[in-house]
Design a protein around this ligand. Structure first.
Ligand code: NAD
Length: 296
């Protein structure tokens, strides 16, 4: 274990709950905070951890704050705006913040610049692997940030992930994650479309997915999302449609920001945003296939 002992964990949702649980079990002194205090309390009861509704208290007691929130907007709010900016104001110089949410990389760089004068080091470390791999601590973690800060927080990240990648300076983790989810969203939309066309020709969707999963069209979307969640009708990946729409939008915006030609990103972002607007952002993202396919 490094010098970090006291961790404030903000965002006790689908992912944050198992991730913070690994840290508590590893012996870190974890204080949980969530906008829905019941979630933090349930977590604290289950793990003999602490909870607080005061961001000032969370900041005062933490060597490190981890955020696992819907987007960069909530991360910024929790650090600089909520409770009159109490969190950043109470973190001591030399402390660390790791944003493990999937956030907009440009916003992350701006946030890092705002925290730097207080000598609070921000690291971005978004994850991939979903709730299943969050539970067994085998997440892929994409780390961006200052080399010394990354070295200091890596032992903590290693408790939550199976594969840790240092991908560059602050914001690079978030850029990497958005581009991964652009690919995941694209293959999901494409697998849904292939099944729709095949079914209308007379193919059996279940047979199609079995063929694809041992053929060159195979992807996480065909193997896990379509096979285990769409065809079975369970729709329980634990990843909300609104979050996928946000990630693909971040990737499309990133393409614009760097001036890259990226026609697929814009197209898939609009497709997924359309499904979110029609059936809601809180539903499981696998429901988008049902929505698209229902449209015939
Ligand atoms: P979630 O909605 O289950 O959890 C988010 C939690 O944050 C909730 O408990 C919510 O009450 C809390 N919250 C929201 N705003 C807050 C605020 N301002 N202050 C404090 N708490 C606040 O979401 P999740 O599925 O756990 O995802 C979290 C992040 O991880 C997202 O950025 C998502 O894109 C990313 N992610 C999710 C998955 C997945 O499979 N679910 C996989 C990889 C990455």
């Amino acid at each position: 274990m490094s010098d970090i002992e006291h961790i404030g964990f903000i965002g006790i949702g689908n992912m944050g709950t198992p991730m913070a649980g690994h840290l508590a079990r590893a012996g870190y002194d974890v204080t949980a905070y969530d906008l829905t205090p019941d979630r933090a309390r349930r977590f604290a009861d289950a793990h003999s951890a602490r909870t607080t509704e005061s961001l000032a208290e969370l900041g005062r007691n933490a060597d490190l704050v981890i955020t696992m929130l819907p987007s960069g907007r909530e991360v910024r709010h929790a650090l600089l705006e909520a409770q009159d900016g109490a969190l950043a104001a109470n973190l001591r110089p030399g402390s660390f913040v790791i944003d493990m949410s999937s956030a907009d990389p440009v916003g992350t760089r701006k946030l890092g610049e705002e925290l730097a004068p207080r000598r609070i080091a921000l690291v971005d470390a978004p994850v991939s692997g979903g709730v299943v791999r969050a539970k067994d601590a085998s997440l892929a973690i994409m780390i961006g940030g200052d080399v010394a800060a990354v070295a200091a927080v890596k032992p903590v990240l290693a408790r939550m992930g199976g594969k840790l990648f240092e991908v560059g300076s602050l914001g690079c983790g978030h850029a990497m994650k958005a581009l991964n989810n652009f690919l995941a969203g694209t293959s999901f939309a494409a697998a849904s479309e292939a099944v729709r066309v095949g079914r209308q020709f007379g193919l059996d969707p279940a047979v199609m997915i079995d063929v694809i999963n041992v053929s060159t069209g195979r992807s996480f979307a065909s193997d896990v999302v379509m096979k285990q969640h769409v065809l079975s009708g369970t729709f329980a990946t634990g990843f909300a449609l609104g979050l996928l729409a946000k990630d693909v939008r971040i990737a499309a915006d990133l393409a614009n920001q760097v001036g890259a030609d990226a026609p697929i990103g814009a197209l898939v972002s609009d497709l997924i945003a359309g499904a979110r607007d029609a059936i809601g952002g809180d539903v499981d993202h696998s429901r988008a296939a049902e929505y698209w396919n229902g449209k015939g």
